[in-house]
Design a protein around this ligand. Structure first.
Ligand code: UDX
Ligand code: ADP
Length: 453
């Protein structure tokens, strides 16, 4: 039986890979293809060792790969045959020129847009999946529809809200699917086409349609709001440490207010990930560009507090280790930006390691999934850092353990054994507040957490 529709996704990363695998699983009547310029990444998607670690992902991929899900590098031919093209290439923060450090670097998106035009001989629906600045669709349209081939492309925005570590569950049961398009007949038809894909498994009332610009900006707004909650709670964690209040108790108390809600109130060493910082800085840049410096400053403070939270944590550890950690072994428990992922982008642990190296300590890093990425991130200092998959070896003869990622396995370790092997006085800095501090103190550890006296 021929496939009812051919869906293509350009960019086989953390967003494109899991999202398209779920579409393939839920829509056996569609052919779903994912292409990428990175041959090694595609080879990994076609192997038993996927390039993205995500609980449940392997099972989904293996159930549909070769049936209606395909990974390849034949970008041109795949574009030609596709009906709907999702664009899921990376849009990192610009590191050069105007807007450096804030604006999105749209060069990959632009290249992709140009290759869509070059390879197409019929009109298509092009879906923005990557997070983008508001009005990016306008630039894509200028490229795509300024053609002399007599074909028309319709741009639709369909931002992805999945969180890493829970991607499969988020995709299976999304809070909402947002689809934005032009308010014209063709725009509405394109939105309907995209909505039809999700309607295969997402209840009708969870599929929201808006205008194109609202959809683009909603993604930035959602991430800014989520990050803002963490920065708010982290800012108060510092006050708790001075005043004897306990930030976890405060989060519990205020989270019970249904107007506030209990999620995203967990104080931590800082938020990481590829989205929050990048998207907020992008928002800041947009506000500045549109002449709204007060709004820009408001959102920028969310990022500033986050960095301060991480660096002040390292200072607390330094003070507790008698203001010198030169040559001291310090174990870093967790390098991924959160648990259940191998992703280390903007991980607070990375900043912690850099700060420790500035103080000439010897960081020993352990993680359950992220050591390959950690080695890549620290390629310039590999001679000064150690890595081990075993948390017990990481802690061996160290002066302190700094827990940076909330892997739940850390709470289940034999902490008596760890204590026995460490240099005394042995310090545990619980940067995620997941350990039993009373129990650790009874063993003999000095214990520091976030937002606790
Ligand atoms: C985020 C958004 O949640 C998701 O909707 C969007 O599509 C992409 O960005 P992600 O970055 O994958 O997802 O993970 P998330 O669960 O949001 O965590 C981000 C960071 O915040 C992590 O470092 C996490 O440890 C930290 N965090 C989260 C806290 O410190 N405290 C909290 O209460 C929640
Ligand atoms: P995200 O977290 O948004 O999914 P990633 O960096 O994990 O971002 O993935 C983006 C993917 O897009 C990368 O695998 C990259 O190789 C791919 N990519 C970038 N530019 C192009 C392009 N012009 N054509 C095809 N793939 C591209």
């Amino acid at each position: 039986m021929p496939f009812e529709k051919k869906i293509l996704c350009i960019g086989a990363g953390y967003v494109g890979g899991p999202t398209m695998s779920m579409i393939a699983k839920k829509c056996p009547q569609y052919q779903v293809k994912i292409v990428d310029i990175n041959e090694a990444r595609i080879a990994a998607w076609n192997s038993g060792d996927l390039p993205v670690y995500e609980p449940g992902l392997k099972e989904v991929v293996e159930s549909v790969r070769g049936k209606n899900l395909f990974f390849g590098t034949d970008i041109e031919a795949s574009i030609k045959e596709a009906d709907i093209i999702f664009v899921s290439v990376n849009t990192p923060t610009k590191t050069f020129g105007e807007g450096a450090g804030r604006a999105s670097d749209l060069q990959y998106l632009e290249k992709t847009t140009r290759s869509i035009l070059a390879a197409s001989d019929s009109g298509k629906i092009v879906v923005e999946k990557s997070t983008l600045p508001v009005r990016t669709a306008e630039s894509m349209e200028r490229i795509l529809n300024g053609n002399n081939k007599g074909i028309h492309f319709e741009i639709v925005s369909n931002p992805e809200f999945l969180a890493e570590g829970t991607a499969i569950a988020d995709l299976e049961k999304p809070d909402r699917v947002l689809i934005g398009g032009h308010q014209s007949d063709e725009g509405e038809k394109a939105v309907e086409e995209v909505a039809k894909i999700y309607a295969n498994w997402v209840p009708h009332e969870r599929i929201i349609t808006t205008n194109l610009w609202s959809s683009e900006l909603s993604k930035l707004a959602a991430n800014a709001f989520l990050a803002q909650r963490i920065s708010s709670v982290n800012s108060l964690s510092a006050l708790c440490e001075k005043s004897g209040a306990n930030i976890d108790e405060i989060a519990g108390a205020i989270g019970k207010d249904s107007r506030i809600g209990s999620k995203f109130l967990k104080a931590s060493i800082g938020f990481g990930g590829s989205c929050f910082k990048k998207d907020i800085l992008n928002l800041v840049y947009l506000c500045e560009r549109y002449g709204l410096p007060e709004v820009a400053a408001y959102w920028e403070s969310v990022v500033k507090i986050n960095e301060w939270q991480t660096t002040r944590s390292v200072k607390r550890v330094l003070r507790s280790l008698l203001d010198t950690i030169v040559g001291k072994k310090v174990a870093i428990f967790g390098f991924a930006f959160k648990s259940d992922t191998n992703d280390t982008r903007e991980s607070p642990a990375h900043l912690v390691v850099r700060e420790l190296l500035d103080e000439r300590a010897v960081p020993v890093i352990t993680d359950y999934k992220a050591l390959p990425d950690a080695k890549r991130d620290l390629a310039d200092v590999l001679d000064k850092v150690q890595f081990t998959e075993d948390p017990y070896s990481a802690a061996f003869e160290s002066h302190a353990v700094l827990l940076c990622t909330e892997w739940k396995q850390y709470a289940e370790l034999d902490w008596e054994k760890i204590y026995a092997s460490m240099t005394k006085p042995a310090l545990v800095f619980d940067g995620r507040n997941i350990l039993d501090h009373d129990k650790l103190r009874k063993i003999g550890f000095e214990v520091m957490g976030i937002g606790k006296a």
